[in-house]
Unconditional design. Structure first.
Length: 209
């Protein structure tokens, strides 16, 4: 069981540390709010979403859904538009960081908006979903019974720990105004690059069919 747990833990770390839209969102949430507790809705939502995706991947259900062309096209299209929008929001925030730092937590990022955005980053990213299926789902086939449970729990634990650490890191960066500005611009660029990648992926999917 220990071997399976360590395998899942290390594997999940390798997948989650990449600087992508979801990670940048959690990082900026930690930097945006004056208190760490106010970023918890985003952390919990992202963690629960990852937990669900991992469970689906381990159970093999997602393969049946994502094999349908219309599902992939719909999710990828919505995800691309969403990334372009959030990139614009972050870039705009970087141009008015002094105002955002004092007002964003109460006006721009209420609990409901955090939850919606966190869900969108998790569920509208076919690339990340396919990574979860292809890597975690496939790797889980090596195990059965308690070992499979141990492997699954390890991958889930990484998500919860990682998102909390990201928000804490953002909280530390908040104290440096210049760093906060750079963070928002970097986040916007990551979102736009991801949107371009997803758009290319969409064209590939359509042309392949």
């Amino acid at each position: 069981m220990l071997k399976a747990f360590l395998h899942g833990f290390v594997l999940a770390i390798g997948l989650i540390i990449a600087i992508g839209p979801q990670n940048m969102f959690i990082l900026t949430q930690g930097a945006t709010h004056s208190r760490f507790a106010k970023a918890i809705p985003a952390i919990i939502t992202s963690s629960i979403s990852d937990t669900i995706l991992i469970l689906i991947a381990v159970l093999g259900v997602s393969l049946l859904v994502l094999n349908k062309l219309w599902v992939m096209v719909t999710v990828t299209t919505i995800g691309t538009v969403f990334l372009i929008y959030i990139g614009w929001v972050n870039w705009k925030s970087s141009q008015a960081h002094n105002h955002i730092i004092h007002t964003s937590e109460s006006t721009n990022w209420p609990v409901r908006r955090q939850v919606v955005f966190a869900l969108s980053f998790s569920l509208l990213n076919p690339g990340a979903i396919m990574d979860t299926i292809g890597v975690i789902g496939t790797s889980s086939l090596t195990y059965s019974g308690r070992e499979k449970l141990s492997f699954t729990l390890a991958t889930i634990a990484v998500s919860w720990i990682w998102f909390a650490l990201l928000a804490l890191t953002g909280r530390i960066m908040r104290k440096n105004i210049a760093m906060y500005d750079v963070l928002n611009k970097a986040s916007a660029i990551v979102m736009w690059i991801s949107a371009i990648y997803m758009a290319q992926r969409l064209l590939t999917i359509i042309m392949a069919k």
